[in-house]
Ligand binder design. Structure first.
Ligand code: ZN
Length: 259
């Protein structure tokens, strides 16, 4: 078995949580009946938390396998939410520091700027699935039909532009609900989490963001970066992270034999 095969963690049993859900609720009913409402209610709430909390844990394997580190001495830079106006500048930065990265793209944005997607690929980087419309406020609550469409439509857009479908997928804001795994299985996608992130969303302070990422830069790290955010600091953050990698003697490479 090659390294590449071991990295691809396509869900095998995407509905394995269903029997557990049913069993847990039968247990709640049984407890309610045997020990009264107080115990029943406690178990009801606890059992619901058990199924809800993993949705909000980006590296949780509860609903789907996830890759949160890679083998080998290099790090994997992942850049979310493009393509954007900043994509060409990001590519120049990556060239300047001799780094390779995978761009987790939003299908609608890729469809609007196919030339940016092609340029990313031509310059030796990877392209991956980050949903069709990036519905960040409600991605966690999408039902099975809408979730399947979000993942399938992005896959189609990127496959049409690139000539082959992506192998990697990242959940919007890292939220993986019970209906993600079935779509991943259908498209042969592996979910990618991260091991280094800077929380560069709301109230972005570039220096603090870079410090948080730098702390976790080590061989095998998967680094979460963004492009095109309204706060306008993404390019500065990416360059500072590339400088940190250089200072630590770490190389940014795509996972072996994959794009
Ligand atoms: Zn995103």
């Amino acid at each position: 078995m090659t390294v590449t095969q071991t990295l691809h963690r396509i869900p095998v049993r995407p509905w394995r949580w269903v029997p557990w859900l049913i069993a847990s609720q039968l247990l709640v009913v049984l407890a309610w009946w045997q020990f009264g409402w107080a115990w029943g209610l406690v178990l009801l709430l606890a059992s619901h938390a058990l199924f809800v909390v993993p949705v909000f844990l980006p590296n949780s394997r509860f609903y789907a396998p996830v890759l949160s580190r890679v083998p080998g001495p290099a790090v994997w830079l992942t850049i979310d939410d493009g393509p954007s106006d900043e994509t060409p500048a990001v590519l120049d930065l990556l060239d300047k520091y001799g780094a390779k990265a995978t761009f987790f793209m939003v299908g609608e944005r890729a469809a609007a700027r196919p030339e940016r997607v092609r340029e990313v690929l031509q310059r030796g980087h990877g392209v991956a699935n980050h949903s069709q419309s990036h519905p960040q406020a409600r991605f966690w609550s999408l039902g099975p039909g809408e979730m399947a469409r979000e993942i399938a439509a992005c896959q189609q857009v990127l496959a049409d532009i690139a000539g082959k479908p992506p192998s990697w997928y990242r959940s919007v804001v890292g939220m993986t609900n019970p209906f993600v795994a079935a779509a991943l299985k259908r498209h042969g996608l592996t979910r990618v989490g991260w091991s280094a992130r800077g929380f560069d969303g709301v109230g972005c302070e570039p220096q603090e963001v870079v410090q948080r990422i730098a702390r976790d830069l080590a061989p095998g790290a998967i680094v979460l970066l963004h492009e095109g955010a309204a706060h306008g600091h993404n390019l500065a953050i990416i360059e500072a992270v590339l400088q940190q990698l250089q200072a630590k003697g770490l190389q940014a490479r795509l996972p072996q034999g994959t794009a």
